[in-house]
Design a protein around this ligand. Structure first.
Ligand code: CP
Length: 345
């Protein structure tokens, strides 16, 4: 395989081949080893990553910032409220926003990469609009665009997820990976994490089960891609509406909440948001507790991208217990993103 990463955007894993994703994982492991033994790896000396966060973050912001420091470069945080907020044509407000095409071209003259987080309120919860904005940046920028989570994909999280599985199980073949919905009192979590997770897991050839109550389906294009990867790479993909059934014999359980794809601004008397709240409230038993963990394989690991809603998505005993790998998973954000930046920038 010809290594061909320089200058490429990292918006979804669907844009990369399986071999390329494996290369990123191998580079991440090499950079992790270098950091562990204190070997300098100043691969991006003098380079700048501009990070635009429309939403809050702990892991993503700090792993990109620390990662850029470790690579010898600089990560520059941009709050859309403190610059002229980058906006799509049609969403502009005089002297308050600036068209994405202009922001992308200005930053391309000054730095070496642009990373963006946007979903939910900044795009009025219109599904796909945040992904469109990230792609619009990519259309206009001359430097790589890295998706730090939009409303469709969270590719850096998925890379950290599969790196964690690789470390824990030594590979992917025969690993039963359960991506499950879990209850949260908030209906404001995007679909990006589960969608990227099932793409990554099927691409790596795992046996993937997606579990959720009826009404919380994921994007049909993502389901189709996952089915195709399962066929192509020797794993499997199925959907269950029963959390307990899905957990049986699982090696990896990844229970987390996501909203309804149809969670859009109110237009009718009973808003879509209210309908989603009702759907959530009917499924409060979708929690990852010790009883459900007993259904999984004895060596099963519990994963979550964090932040999690303790007492709702998961019990303290599970997330703080011996099967939980959530902090390894969080740390791996650092290593995979360093690999992505080093390869594309
Ligand atoms: N998992 C994740 O993306 O965390 P943050 O929202 O803290 O960045």
């Amino acid at each position: 395989m010809r290594a061909n990463f320089k200058g490429r955007d990292f918006i979804t894993l669907l844009d990369y081949t399986k071999e390329e994703i494996e290369t990123i994982l191998n580079v991440a492991l090499d950079l992790k080893r270098k950091r562990a033994i204190g070997e300098p790896h100043l691969l991006l000396s003098g380079k700048t990553l501009f990070m635009i966060f429309y939403n809050q973050s702990l892991r993503t912001r700090n792993s990109f910032e620390a990662g850029m420091t470790q690579l010898g470069g600089h990560a520059h945080f941009l709050d859309p409220q403190k610059i002229y907020s980058p906006a799509l044509e049609g969403d502009e407000r005089a002297y308050s926003t600036e068209r994405v095409s202009d922001v992308a071209r200005v930053l391309s003259r000054m730095g070496d990469g642009i990373s963006i987080r946007i979903y939910g309120d900044p795009v009025g919860w219109i599904y796909g609009k945040a992904n469109y904005l990230v792609n619009n940046f990519a259309h206009w920028a001359d430097i790589p665009i890295i998706n730090m989570e939009c409303d469709k994909y969270h590719p850096c999280q998925a890379m950290a997820d599969i790196l964690t599985v690789k470390e824990k199980f030594g590979g992917f073949s025969g690993v039963k990976f359960v991506m499950s919905w879990a209850y949260s009192p908030s209906v404001h979590k995007p679909l990006s994490v589960p969608q990227s997770a099932i793409i990554a897991a099927t691409m790596m050839g795992m046996d993937v089960i997606l579990a959720h109550p009826k009404g919380l389906e994921l994007d049909s294009d993502v389901i189709k891609a996952s089915e195709e990867y399962a066929k192509k790479y020797g794993g499997s993909f199925s959907i269950s509406n029963d959390m307990k059934e899905a957990f049986e014999g699982a090696h990896v359980v990844y229970p987390k909440s996501w909203t309804s794809k149809y969670n859009i601004p109110p237009e009718s008397e009973k808003t879509e948001m209210e309908k989603t709240e009702e759907l959530f409230d009917k499924n409060k038993d979708w929690i990852c507790d010790e009883e459900k963990m007993k259904l999984a394989h004895k060596d099963a690991i519990y994963m979550h991208c964090l932040p999690c809603d303790r007492g709702f998505e998961v019990t303290n005993k599970v997330i703080d217990g011996p099967q939980s790998v959530v902090f390894d998973e969080a740390e791996n954000r650092l290593h995979v993103q360093k690999a992505i930046m080093a390869l594309t920038m």
